[in-house]
Design a protein around this ligand. Structure first.
Ligand code: AMP
Length: 122
């Protein structure tokens, strides 16, 4: 998608610290880390968010499985043997600031509520 910052990162038009790439998935360091290790995993194909996943698209389910499997592989490679967290924010109330589906991989410390965006506005 033309104006999507993550599509530009995937195409190399905006620099990023890429740590993994295959034909479907791109993973890079979050520019504003919320934990000692903070990686974003994104599908190369633009999908707005988890709210636009659909049974009608046969590729969607396979992509989600691949993103989560890849997160597990990267967590092992990054030495997160004591545990880690996956988060995906959806829409305005979910705190999604970039409208390209992404999964946050957080670890490297006991997280508690750290990085979970559990707070809410009254
Ligand atoms: P969310 O708030 O869940 O939509 O997450 C978007 C994430 O993208 C935030 O954690 C940002 O720090 C991160 N982010 C935004 N721009 C960049 C960038 N150019 N490179 C790396 N991470 C970014």
């Amino acid at each position: 998608m033309q104006d999507c910052i993550f599509c530009k990162i995937i195409k190399g038009e905006i620099p990023s610290t890429c740590i993994y790439e295959d034909e479907d998935v791109f993973a890079f360091r979050d520019i504003n880390p919320a934990a000692p290790t903070h990686v974003l995993l994104v599908p190369k194909r633009h999908i707005d968010g988890a709210d636009t996943l659909s049974d009608d698209d046969p590729e969607h389910a396979a992509l989600i499985v691949k993103l989560i499997f890849t997160a597990g592989k990267l967590a092992r490679e990054l030495g997160l043997q004591d545990g880690w967290r996956l988060v995906t924010n959806v829409g305005e109330h979910g705190g999604q600031t970039v409208r390209h589906l992404h999964i946050h991989l957080l670890g490297g410390a006991a997280l508690g509520d750290f990085g979970a965006k559990l707070e809410f506005r009254k």
